[in-house]
Design a protein around this ligand. Structure first.
Ligand code: FAD
Ligand code: NAD
Length: 482
């Protein structure tokens, strides 16, 4: 069945995919009374990803960085329909979206379709594995809450398994070796959080493993954190060395099995060598790839043949090669990096764009009405002059509304936590042409305050601050999760 929504037939149906950075930002700025708004997302909450790397070690609890979508939608003027489901197929020719409830509990109806007038694709991206054998099976990603829960369980599982009666020294070493693949900010921040956990908690509660626990970060390129300035890359590498985190650059993972990671290491003379690294826990932070629903529509549209990272869009975020579909955030391919900052700004822009489109339609309807009055009704001269003046005013308002400028991204800077209460920041300050770079403990305080002020609600802000205080007072919990 198509479109069983209690929709107002006088309004267009706007379907928004996702409840992440891009879509929630759009929903915040959208005047929902102008459309029949439907949100489709497999998770019924917004996740504050910048603090996700702090959750697998228990520095921050997951619930502190989740905000239910219902809380977000509650504040809107007109009701918004929410379906906890995945978008599985976009039929762009007939403007029909197929959805499926993929959660553990479903009712008799778990598949359906929605007829849309406008569709916004804000469904984010998946973790890139490049199809490397064994990564999906043996590695842990760090993108969703269940990833963080899985890592949290595995860290303690590896520790307890290493301490099993009569475990051999080699096996103990293997189990206590955590390998993080990817020297982007996700990999760096997780490795840093893990080093803190080791230093501040594990060594205290498990003194017998103190010399055996090892953290290694593997990166295929010549250096980590390419989006940061050279000075801060060096500062990060030095800080990692102090925390005993080994960084292997120019090292590419080729395959993974239950106990070993096979890598190809590029040597200074340009030749490469294959090596096998024993590991207990593998955290894979290899970047982004588009989701299946996005890949499928990309394949259907010839205009998308060069798109790789996501749907190619024009300056107004309209998907190239079709009508009535916009894409933003990690689901889109633009000249900007796939960050929360970009996604949030695109969402706010698109919300304004839809508000402006609704106003345009309403002004066009006014013009049509005034023109019909002038054409069919016999009006006297003063009344005609009045109608004409009104028509001119509405016409001017319409051309002002139609002058919506293209999306413009304003970069605020990059921030990352690097462990031992230190952070790095490349900031774009209003009065400076170049980036302002800083690293250390003061930057860490700035990092904390910037993230807290960006958290969604007072509830989230309070919970995160409580978590930080709790860890300072009592340390992190070393019970295995699950
Ligand atoms: P997401 O926020 O990922 O949201 C996608 C939404 O779509 C989710 O609600 C998801 O459930 C939903 N969805 C998934 N599949 C479907 C489907 N089939 N149909 C419908 N909905 C679907 N960026 C920064 O700028 N600063 C940071 O500090 C930072 N830290 C990060 C830390 C980590 C660990 C990670 C993984 C990323 C971080 N990022 C950061 C990047 C940032 O999180 C992303 O760029 C941002 O989330 C993109 O927003 P989005 O709305 O496009 O996607
Ligand atoms: P990324 O794309 O930034 O980094 C992935 C890294 O993995 C790359 O450097 C790549 O060379 C490496 N890699 C991939 N395959 C490999 C292999 N087989 N062997 C060895 N190395 C391999 O990914 P990310 O860190 O997850 O970040 C994704 C996006 O989210 C980025 O745009 C990033 O800026 C953003 N983000 C920002 C922050 C922050 O600002 N603090 C934190 C996390 C993520």
């Amino acid at each position: 069945p198509e479109n069983q929504l209690p929709a107002d037939p006088s309004k267009k149906t706007l379907v928004v995919l996702g409840s992440g950075w891009a879509s929630t930002s759009l929903l915040k700025s959208l005047d929902t009374e102008n459309y029949n708004v439907v949100v489709v997302s497999p998770r019924n909450y917004f996740l504050f990803t910048p603090l996700l790397p702090s959750t697998p070690t228990g520095t921050i609890e997951l619930r502190s960085i989740m905000q239910p979508i219902r809380h977000i939608l509650r504040h809107k003027k007109a009701a918004v329909n929410f379906f906890e489901a995945e978008a599985t197929e976009i039929d762009h020719e007939n403007k029909i979206l197929k959805i499926r409830d993929n959660s553990d509990v479903t009712g008799d109806v778990k598949e359906n379709s929605i007829k849309y007038d406008y569709l916004v694709v804000g469904c984010g991206a998946e973790t890139q594995t490049f199809g490397i054998p064994g990564v999906e099976e043996f590695g842990c990603f760090l993108k969703e809450i269940w990833d963080a829960q899985k890592i949290r369980t595995r860290i303690m599982d590896c520790v307890e398994a290493a301490l099993f009666k009569d475990q051999t020294p080699e096996e103990k070493k293997r189990l206590l070796h955590t390998v993080v693949v990817g020297g982007g900010p996700t990999g760096i921040e997780f490795a840093a959080e893990l080093a803190d956990f080791l230093e501040e908690d594990l060594r205290r509660w498990y003194p017998e493993i103190k010399d055996d626990y090892q953290v290694t970060l593997i990166e295929a390129m010549t250096n980590v954190l390419p989006m940061f300035s050279k000075k801060l890359i060096q500062y990060t590498e030095d800080t990692f060395a102090e925390q005993n985190i080994t960084i292997h650059t120019k090292t590419m993972v080729k395959s993974v099995d239950e106990k070993y990671i096979s890598v190809s290491v590029t040597k200074p003379d340009g030749t490469s060598e294959l090596q096998k690294i024993p590991y207990g826990l593998l955290v894979w932070a290899g970047g982004n790839k588009p989701r299946k629903v996005v890949v499928d529509i990309m394949k259907k549209l010839p205009a998308q043949k060069n798109a790789r990272r996501g749907l190619s869009v024009n300056d107004y975020l309209v998907v190239e090669g079709c009508e009535g579909i916009w894409a933003l955030g990690d689901a889109s391919q633009t000249k900007y990096a796939p960050t929360a900052q970009v996604a949030a700004q695109q969402g706010a822009y698109l919300g304004r764009l839809f508000n402006s489109m609704a106003r345009t339609h309403s002004l066009e309807a006014d013009i049509a009405y005034l023109q019909s009055q002038l054409a069919v009704t016999p009006v006297d001269a003063p009344a005609r002059a009045g109608l004409e003046a009104e028509l001119e005013a509405v016409g001017k308002a319409l051309s002002r509304t139609k002058q919506m400028s293209p999306f413009h991204y304003s970069h605020q800077g990059s921030l990352a936590y690097i462990g031992s209460d230190k952070a790095i920041a490349d900031l774009q300050l209003p009065f400076m042409k170049d980036l302002f770079s800083s690293g250390g403990a003061a930057t860490y305080l700035f990092w904390r305050s910037a993230y807290v002020s960006n958290l969604f609600s007072l509830r989230n802000k309070t919970l995160v601050v409580f978590d930080w205080v709790k860890v300072k007072m009592f340390g992190r919990d070393v019970s295995r999760e699950g």
